[in-house]
Ligand binder design. Structure first.
Ligand code: AMP
Length: 216
């Protein structure tokens, strides 16, 4: 099954995508995670990504598409994938459709997660990520055992460079201008289900499983 978790920054796409990997037995494909890994490795490509990411701007489509193509061709993504943060423009959505079509696949479901702006900002500025295993915490809603150490692997917890209020507001503007409009591409195909992204992690996960027709 190929599923897109769709929504603004801070909607909970990354956290829920990680949970869904177990339910669906398919990998999470997060272009944001791939870009951060490239940036952390200090590659030339990583420097290009950083230029856009640190300002809260979308990375140009041709760069994100190259990453996506590479990741989709990996054996673990052959049967299905959970897309988190891709597509973000209509051009990306069309590119994803044609890549999947070449493999005899298609997007089966788009789960649109709705969260108001003030909640989104609160979530993002208090988010912490493990730099080793990628586990995502929130200092209040899903606190780690210590503010600096991951409870899963003992790795160091860091705040993403783009998780400041100023950058999040810019990311939200980008979302409204370029990403939100592409939902109609999938609405026309009749494959969008909208859920509230508010509530506990378990509550949101239950809504997603219901949307997927899976036992809660
Ligand atoms: P995310 O981790 O999905 O919140 O993405 C963080 C940042 O990475 C975004 O604000 C963009 O700068 C960049 N990014 C991630 N995925 C994409 C994408 N599909 N298209 C363009 N930029 C992206």
């Amino acid at each position: 099954m190929n599923v897109i978790l769709f929504g603004p920054p801070g909607a909970g796409k990354g956290t829920q995508a990680k949970r869904l990997t177990t339910t669906l037995g398919s990998p999470q494909i997060s272009t944001g995670d791939m870009m951060r890994a490239e940036r952390a490795a200090g590659t030339e490509l990583g420097k290009k990504f950083d230029h856009y990411m640190s300002q809260g701007l979308l990375v140009p489509d041709e760069l994100s598409l190259a990453l996506l193509e590479q990741r989709l061709s990996a054996p673990d993504a052959a049967k299905g994938a959970i897309f988190d943060g891709y597509p973000r423009t209509l051009q990306q959505a069309q590119a994803l459709d044609s890549l999947l079509q070449k493999q005899g696949r298609k997007i089966d479901l788009v789960i649109s997660m709705e969260v108001p702006l003030d909640e989104m900002i609160l979530r993002v500025v208090e988010r912490r990520n493990c730099e080793s295993c990628g586990h995502i915490y929130h200092l209040r809603y899903n606190p780690p055992p210590s503010p600096t150490t991951c409870g899963v692997c003992g790795g160091r917890l860091v705040q993403r460079k783009d998780d400041t209020e100023e950058v999040v507001r810019k990311r939200h503007e980008e979302y409204l201008a370029k990403t939100a409009p592409l939902l109609s591409h999938y609405t026309q195909q009749g494959i969008v289900k909208t859920i509230s992204g508010l509530g506990s992690l378990d509550e949101v996960e239950t809504r997603i499983k219901t949307a997927l027709g899976q036992p809660a």
